[in-house]
Design a protein around this ligand. Structure first.
Ligand SMILES: Cc1ncc(COP(=O)(O)O)c(C=O)c1O
Length: 364
């Protein structure tokens, strides 16, 4: 079996132990005589699976009791609409635009209310997290339903290392690409959500962690699809219709794995070590340039490029020859990106770094 070093931004690599476990359980899930793929979501065995997934995630992230956990479908993208539909009460929200996904979220929200851009890194090619002081000031001056951030910008490789001070205004964060990579204080947010396909399982599950007081009926009640109502979904424990049964089963396994690895503090230590290997190399390089400014660099997605697209292509082709996949950056930016999520091993990062050093020696 030849498994490659997979640096894909999502869907992305899973712990190998999980893949083998799934393989073992595929024909007969723990004596049920059937696969999870074939099992009723209302069965006792499946109820245990979804309840265990939620309980494990609650332990892992120390989620306070006054937050609901939902496992929905439609990707992170559906929540670009779900958030304003559920949270807009006065019809006005603030967005920080720090990359493609926060821009798309803002554009979607504009269908439901008035949106104010509180800060943006657009003029700098999204190479940094902008100054957050104006956000605090604006939250004091005006009543906003929520302030929205994309905490880790998958495409540009930047990350909020501190949160904006939004006072009493609920902070909403898309944590899709930094989910479970380090401990966070859930109580600082009104809502956190993540597409699972990077650090939380497979595509088709979106995890939403939302504070009780925000699980109400917003003015969109009249037209908000029942499926997208946080109230309806929270009441039904994510089972108002057939959920993504296999995806949630996988998320549960990833949460259990994260716990067995020592929890989020242990994962953070390993993630910082992995990121430091690549950033140290980039800091000293004469061939590679890092996209993100040092203070804003992501521990999840490391973005870099060479002086010419020909060299970038040579790097990507050479990587493949060494069993290194997924380093081509998003089509909108060009260059390279190494996504070093929880399941990407130190060994994989060391293999990439060794290749980068060799490439540098050959092309200086
Ligand atoms: C930060 C972030 N938000 C949102 C999305 C969109 O997610 P989905 O494809 O699950 O809709 C992505 C996808 O890569 C992402 O990285």
């Amino acid at each position: 079996m030849a498994r490659v070093y997979n640096f894909s931004a999502g869907p992305s690599t899973l712990p190998e132990s999980i893949l083998t476990e799934v393989q073992d359980e595929l024909l007969d899930y723990r004596g049920a005589g059937m696969s999870v793929l074939e099992m009723s979501h209302r069965s006792a065995a499946y109820t245990d699976i979804i309840e265990d997934a939620e309980a494990t995630l609650r332990r892992l992230m120390a989620i306070p009791d006054n937050y609901r956990v939902l496992f929905l479908q439609g990707g992170a993208t559906l929540q670009f609409a779900g958030i304003p539909m559920n949270l807009m009460r006065r019809g006005r929200a603030g967005y920080l635009v720090t990359g493609l996904f926060s821009r798309l979220a803002k554009e979607e929200a504009e269908k439901y209310g008035e949106i104010e851009v509180l800060a943006t890194s657009e003029a700098n090619g999204h190479d940094r997290i902008p100054d957050l002081a104006p956000v605090a000031e604006r939250c004091r001056e005006t009543e906003l339903d929520y302030v929205y951030i994309c905490q880790n910008n998958t495409i540009y490789g930047t990350q909020f290392h501190e949160l904006p001070d939004t006072g009493e205004t609920p902070l909403v964060a898309d944590v899709s690409s930094c989910f479970l990579m380090e401990p966070i204080d859930v109580s600082r947010y009104g809502l956190i959500y993540a597409g699972a396909q990077k650090n939380g399982g497979v595509a088709g599950v979106t995890v939403i962690i939302v504070r009780d007081d925000l699980v109400g009926d917003g003015p969109a009640k009249a037209y908000c699809p029942s499926y997208m109502s946080y109230r309806r979904q929270a009441d039904a424990r994510s089972m108002m219709n057939t959920p993504n049964t296999f995806g949630i089963y996988l998320s549960g396994k990833v949460f259990r794995w994260a716990e067995a690895e020592g929890g989020l503090a242990a994962l953070e230590a390993r993630n910082r070590k992995k990121a430091a290997i690549l950033y140290d190399l980039l800091n000293k390089s004469h061939v590679f340039r890092s996209h993100a400014e040092p203070a804003s660099r992501s521990i999840a997605n490391v973005t870099f490029r060479c002086a010419t697209t020909e060299l970038d292509e040579a790097f990507i082709a050479g990587a493949r020859e060494r069993g290194i996949e997924g380093v081509r950056a998003h089509r909108s930016t060009g260059g390279m990106r190494a996504s070093i999520y929880n399941a990407v091993t130190l060994e994989a990062v060391e293999a990439l770094a060794a290749y980068m050093r060799d490439f540098e020696n050959d092309h200086r």
